[in-house]
Ligand binder design. Structure first.
Ligand code: PCA
Length: 193
């Protein structure tokens, strides 16, 4: 039987009108290796992004959840190793929220490790001739918030949770990665899970 993967990308936020994370996710095939994919676009809004994932995950009961987000300024596809219990936004999210130094979960630990094999995933990206590195910080904006919230929810369960940040598209600025490379990197990373 195929394993179920719930994979998400974010909508555009800040000054951008496109988000490479969703553009790449929606171009992925519907099966990769022994995974069957369920693709979902989620809003760049604190709290709501994770709640949207949990609502669908509650119906799907996925074996693994992988969220993908844009990280402007990065030159590689970066599986995230850790999520921290902090919301600290330099810009407002898509609902106008701009928390500064708040907890994601009052009763949660300072941080969680992601539960996917980040080093194998980064190696698989490099093996596909695309820049790939493990990242040790998902920031403190909506991406970190979403990863932390999901790891909090699924702590101690069999459901694996991970996050991959991807560079800008060429039309967004530099450094960048063509969309076909970003999608190929995601596919390679998924195969490594
Ligand atoms: N990147 C942002 C939020 C949505 C996205 O694609 C982040 O890194 O937090």
């Amino acid at each position: 039987m195929k394993r179920k993967l719930l994979i998400t990308g974010f909508d555009a936020f800040g000054k951008a009108d496109i988000n490479p994370s969703w553009e790449a996710v929606r171009r992925l095939p519907s099966t990769i290796g022994d995974f069957e994919l369920c693709k979902l676009q989620i809003p760049t809004v604190f709290g709501l992004a994770g709640e949207t994932v949990l609502k669908i995950a509650g119906q799907l009961n996925p074996d693994m959840i992988l969220c993908v987000g844009q990280a402007g300024g990065r030159d590689a596809v970066t599986p995230e190793r850790i999520a921290v219990n902090i919301r600290d936004a330099r810009i407002p999210d898509n609902a106008g929220n701009q928390p500064r130094g708040e907890f994601v979960a009052e009763d949660g630990p300072a941080a969680y490790f992601s539960t996917v094999p980040v080093m194998d995933m980064a190696q698989a990206v490099r093996d596909a001739q695309i820049p790939g590195n493990v990242s040790n910080s998902a920031g403190a904006f909506v991406c970190n918030d979403t990863l932390y919230g999901l790891l909090y929810h699924y702590a101690g369960t069999a459901t694996k949770v991970g996050f991959i940040h991807v560079p800008w598209l060429p039309e967004q600025g530099s450094p960048s990665l063509p969309l076909t490379d970003t999608a190929a990197a995601l596919e390679a990373a998924i195969r490594a899970c």
